[in-house]
Design a binder for this molecule. Structure first.
Ligand code: ADP
Length: 192
């Protein structure tokens, strides 16, 4: 664990029974895939088409990173290194965002889970599994090309050469166990 991570909350807040109740019925879709695979774009399209709420973790983290707070600064540092933000923060972000749209028929959780602990923690905290897990498959060359292009157009700080390689490494190292976990639960849906 890095210096920055050690000072951020590692544990997610537990949900109250009434909160778990609210999250029992909506459709929950997790959307996974490497950097630049197109998950953000497709989530936006699906959210518009089906009237679902889009919870884009990278986007929410970037907003938080722009705050001039100590916490924002730490998150920014982790993202620039291409590493994962601690699971406690991620799960709090997901549950807060879902609970802020209690009427939504469905949620697209974009960029989650990125490691097995996140998958298991979600079930522990929210008290249920997702309905579907979508996986966007894309070659590494395409991912690198797209992310570099996006870096030029959108000026995203982590879309630069060293960070991309670190993000790809993080992705490929942690992805497989999550896939196996959902394969066993029969929840995987592959999009190519
Ligand atoms: P990409 O998938 O292209 O890397 P995202 O915008 O989805 O871009 O994520 C950007 C960064 O935000 C990641 O490199 C990581 O640092 C952080 N991040 C996003 N989702 C998660 C998550 N589920 N867990 C931990 N960190 C995350």
């Amino acid at each position: 664990m890095g210096l920055w991570e050690s000072k951020l909350p590692q544990k997610a807040r537990s949900l109250r029974p009434q909160e778990k109740d609210i999250l029992k019925s909506p459709l929950i879709i997790f959307v996974m895939g490497g950097p630049g695979c197109g998950k953000g774009t497709q989530c936006k399209n699906m959210a518009t088409k089906y009237g679902f709420c889009h919870v884009g973790l990278g986007q929410l983290l970037r907003q938080e990173a722009q705050q001039g707070t100590r916490r924002g600064q730490k998150i920014r540092e982790i993202m620039l290194q291409g590493l994962l933000v601690p699971t406690g923060i991620i799960l709090d972000m997901i549950s807060d965002n879902m609970l802020s749209c209690p009427e939504s028929p469905g949620f697209l959780i974009d960029g989650f889970p990125r490691e097995l602990t996140q998958a298991k923690e979600f079930e522990r905290i929210v008290g249920r599994a997702p309905n579907i897990v979508m996986v966007f498959d894309c070659s590494m060359e395409t991912m690198v090309q797209r992310v570099l292009h996006r870096g030029q157009v959108e000026h995203r700080a982590d879309d630069c050469e060293p960070a991309i390689h670190r993000r790809l490494e993080t992705h490929y190292t942690l992805f497989e166990p999550v896939l196996t976990f959902y394969q066993q639960k029969n929840l995987l849906w592959n999009a190519e």
